[in-house]
Design a protein around this ligand. Structure first.
Ligand SMILES: Cc1ncc(COP(=O)(O)O)c(C=O)c1O
Length: 395
């Protein structure tokens, strides 16, 4: 947050229009240009956006949705809200969902796959898109409504909460699957305090502009006209076309987003990469550490979370290392505790024993701070705190 953002927010506040309006529409347009997809709808969170799209695809009781066991609760909770069953699968050693496990988990009830770009690292989208397009898998798919019939296969709805600006095989994350949902929550790379965006990239015969128009209505209580349209002369009368939701973004949020998007690629992502590089320079030399993948010939991360692993330690040692890091006035985190370890998901029958790679990744992982204003000296301070803690525990 800086003076430019404050100015933009104050301008929006004084503009006479504070809810969804011209700034949100402009932010949507700029996001579409940035991601190279077909149309974008801004919403009030990624959670709302994911849930809206599951509902749009008609997912409900009796359906199954495949997702990684290694993600934040939002990815799975929205499936629960629809009445469908979340089908967790194990991950690869790069933290992302395993395509092999996805394929093995598909049944005649599978309606969607929700890959998650953990820490900003894009999933193996070629493999995922190939799986849903395989003839034998398409034959298994049982459409029960118009959208499902039109697509004729399992929907790929990616949870790109972490990965705005990440690249896979030369294309940005927003243009890699049918639908991509971004988060602009306070801790995300680009923030509007709370917020999100749905990037539409549906194949033919879908008209993405039409879907966008419909989602506008669905995300605003099914109201045939939004508040701005109703202010036009002779345009006050409206109808409720369906029992829709309330997921719209405000122009105050969009004002922040517009400033951040302008400087995102050439400034914010550049600084995040420098921080990743600096951590990697320090930890990459030391055999006790496993540094995260964030750049190779195919993919470039959005550098959202630095997922450091410490080789050959157990969960208890990791927790002890974290305690010692905190004692040195450095705050770290773990992304994520796998969902089958959470009370709710355990209570409905999921067991972490079925996700051995997730557990392995989780039990030795520590997320290091990455943010724009983190200085090189602070990066070194974090690294020293980690090394001191590891020296103490592994002595
Ligand atoms: C992987 C993942 N998916 C979804 C979300 C939900 O984002 P939001 O807070 O915008 O609803 C988050 C938030 O942290 C997340 O980490």
């Amino acid at each position: 947050m800086d003076a430019k953002i404050t100015e933009a927010v104050v301008e929006a506040l004084n503009s006479g229009w504070i809810t969804t309006g011209p700034r949100t529409k402009l932010f949507e347009k700029k996001l579409t240009e940035f991601n190279g997809n077909k149309a974008t709808l801004c919403v009030n969170s990624a959670s709302g956006g994911l849930e809206l799209m599951l509902k749009w695809f008609g997912i409900g009781a009796g359906d199954e949705v495949i997702l990684p066991a290694y993600t934040y609760a939002a990815t799975a909770n929205v499936i629960i809200h629809t009445g469908a069953t979340p089908v967790f699968v194990d991950s690869n050693s790069d933290f992302n969902i395993s395509a092999r496990h996805i394929e093995a988990a598909i049944t005649k009830n599978t309606k969607a796959i929700m890959p998650v770009d953990l820490g900003g690292w894009p999933c193996d989208y070629d493999s995922i898109n190939q799986i849903v397009n395989k003839e034998e898998i398409k034959r298994l798919f049982q459409p029960t409504n118009e959208q499902q019939q039109k697509l004729g296969r399992i929907l790929v709805l990616s949870d790109a909460a972490h990965s705005l600006g990440a690249i896979y095989k030369g294309r940005p994350t927003g243009s890699l699957t049918d639908i991509t949902v971004f988060s602009f929550h306070a801790v995300k790379n680009l923030t509007t305090a709370e917020g999100g965006a749905i990037a539409l990239n549906l194949p033919e015969p879908f008209d993405n502009e039409e879907v966008y128009k419909y989602l506008n209505i669905k995300s605003l209580h099914g109201q045939s006209k939004d508040a701005l349209a109703k202010t036009q002369i002779g345009n006050w009368r409206y109808d409720i076309l369906e029992a829709g939701y309330k997921y719209n973004m405000t122009d105050i949020q969009a004002a922040m987003g517009l400033v951040e998007l302008e400087r995102y690629k050439d400034d914010m992502l550049v600084r995040r990469k420098q921080i990743f590089d600096r951590y990697s320079m320090i930890f990459g030399e030391d055999k006790r550490f496993l540094i995260p993948e964030y750049q190779n010939q195919e993919s470039t991360s959005s550098y959202h979370v630095y997922l450091l692993r410490i080789n050959e330690i157990n969960e208890k040692q990791r927790d002890e290392i974290i305690r010692l890091i905190f004692e040195q006035q450095v705050t770290v985190n773990v992304h994520f505790i796998p969902l089958p370890m959470m009370t709710f998901y355990k209570s409905i029958g999921y067991k972490i024993e079925n996700y051995p790679i997730c557990y392995k990744n989780y039990s030795c992982e520590i997320s290091l701070p990455v943010y724009y204003t983190l200085s090189n000296e602070q990066v070194d301070q974090v690294a020293n705190a980690v090394i001191h803690a590891v020296d103490t525990i592994l002595k």
